[in-house]
Ligand binder design. Structure first.
Ligand SMILES: CCCCCCCCCCCCCCCCCC(=O)N[C@@H](Cc1ccccc1)C(=O)O
Ligand SMILES: [Zn+2]
Ligand SMILES: [Zn+2]
Length: 456
């Protein structure tokens, strides 16, 4: 039963204040989530025991979410979760929050604390998934739980979709949830997913943190290069082997980056928005990009993260050849992962790559590919973007720059493009370059303070 208008008004002004007990319980809930090793090892290779345990864990940690009559909970693709929170005003189009419960593998080597310990040390909770992306899973459910305890009933309906295989492309989780919603004819006002942060110290000589809300994400090609040659005895080798030819081809690819196309992408706009925050002479340079763009884009290429924003990137990720030390192998294969800049297409990149390799003995096999994602609106009329901006500025009043950007990696949100034109990738967390390296790397951690802010 819905409350009266007065009760609703009161509910809409629920302050984000927590008791000491609540604060302890909340961080303990995150630690427990980190301790469940929901690792995705490869396509179709999941820790299904951990995924099932995670399902039970959230039921126990957030009882109000699971027993509230106006919340429908569905399990999709065995381990993903879809929550539909029915608002009091059905005329408003629902929005949707996304997060994923799987994590990439982590072995104990290289970590200061074991990656699935969830240990708290020096004000940080450590472990795989603390930034990518159990922080979001738990913060979303925790915020909802606390609101429900405080008798919250939303006006606008919303959905929460928690995928279980984002780290291996989302085919069983996000893709199935999206298909289910499409079959139901659901239209979504806007989506919020991972993929943007409050960036702190990412731009050389720019100390002011700013929020980057990613309004698009790069496309991708996984390209397999293969060379076949006649096998033989290593005691009398031919002048060139399949391995040598392939190695030269991938080396040419590494040494010849795909041209910088950032002049036509959102990066230029982002820098223009930041221009007046810089001191002289950088402010003059950035306010006159029509003149200085060649110089600025060359300087940006020196930084590997800025470089990733500026162009299609080339990463050689797999190399396989040879069966025995005294056998000249017949086949050599390498996989190259390209992340496509929004100003380019799959076809354009493939043409460029073939011209760079320029060797007919190298065969190309496209293993998978998709185009850069559409750019979501970020103008004054874009409800999702503006709501996100206002909300983040009310939680972080010190942030006066919120800028649209591009996510350099891919997220589950790409599976929902048929449901909405407004997809915003943003986690309300300060991120420094060393934190960025910890995502999929060593020593991933989140400060207790940052986690508390996420739930507000
Ligand atoms: C002007 C200054 C800007 C500075 C830019 C700084 C950019 C930092 C932004 C950090 C964004 C990090 C986003 C994290 C999300 C990672 C998601 C992920 O790893 N996805 C996988 C998904 C995938 C796709 C296909 C197959 C398997 C998995 C990925 O590899 O992209
Ligand atoms: Zn992620
Ligand atoms: Zn990830």
């Amino acid at each position: 039963k819905y409350p009266s208008g007065k009760e609703r008004q009161r509910a809409s002004r629920i302050p984000s204040q927590f008791s000491q007990e609540e604060r302890v319980a909340m961080k303990e809930a995150l630690k427990g989530a980190i301790q469940i090793p929901t690792v995705s090892f490869g396509p179709g290779e999941f820790n299904t025991t951990a995924l099932a345990e995670f399902g039970k864990y959230v039921r126990k940690a957030f009882p109000a979410v699971f027993k509230t009559s106006f919340i429908q909970h569905e399990v999709v693709g065995e381990y993903s979760h879809l929550f539909t929170i029915q608002g009091s005003d059905p005329s408003l189009q629902p929005y949707m929050l996304l997060a994923h419960i799987d994590v990439v593998p982590a072995s104990d080597q290289g970590w200061e604390v074991p990656p699935f310990s969830g240990l708290e040390r020096d004000g940080f909770i450590h472990g795989r998934g603390t930034l990518d992306n159990k922080n979001s899973v738990m913060a979303i459910l925790q915020a909802l739980e606390l609101l429900l305890v405080r008798k919250y009933i939303p006006r606008r309906s919303f959905l929460i979709a928690l995928g279980h295989d984002e780290e291996v492309s989302g085919a069983n989780g996000a893709q199935k949830i999206s298909a289910l919603l499409q079959a139901r004819g659901t239209q979504i006002a806007f989506i919020v997913d991972e993929g943007g942060f409050i960036l702190d110290n990412f731009i050389p000589n720019f100390k002011k943190p700013f929020a980057m809300v990613s309004v698009s994400e790069k496309g991708s090609i996984n390209l397999m290069l293969q060379v076949n040659m006649t096998p033989g005895h290593s005691s009398a080798p031919p002048k060139e082997t399949s391995i040598g030819i392939l190695a030269a081809a991938v080396s040419r690819l590494e040494q010849t980056p795909v041209p910088n196309t950032s002049g036509n992408g959102p990066l230029k706009k982002l820098l223009q928005q930041l221009a007046n925050e810089f001191s002289f002479p950088t402010n003059i340079v950035l306010n006159n990009l029509w003149l200085f763009w060649p110089l600025v884009s060359r300087l940006m290429e020196r930084n590997y993260i800025m470089n990733a924003l500026a162009r299609t990137t080339t990463a050689i990720t797999m190399f396989n050849a040879g069966v025995k030390e005294n056998v000249i192998p017949s086949v050599a294969q390498a996989t190259v992962n390209f992340r496509i800049h929004p100003a380019q297409t799959v076809q354009e990149v493939l043409e460029l790559v073939k011209n760079i390799v320029a060797d007919d003995r190298v065969q190309f096999h496209v293993l998978s590919a998709f185009e850069p994602l559409p750019v979501s609106p970020s103008d004054d009329q874009a409800m999702g973007y503006q709501l996100l901006r206002q909300t983040l500025q009310s939680v972080f009043p010190e942030i006066n720059i919120v800028a649209p950007g591009t996510c350099i990696a891919n997220t589950d949100s790409r599976h929902y493009v048929n449901l909405t034109t407004g997809i915003y990738r943003f986690n309300p967390i300060y991120l420094q370059p060393q934190d960025f390296r910890s995502i999929h790397g060593f020593n991933e951690k989140i400060s207790v303070q940052a986690y508390e802010n996420q739930r507000r």
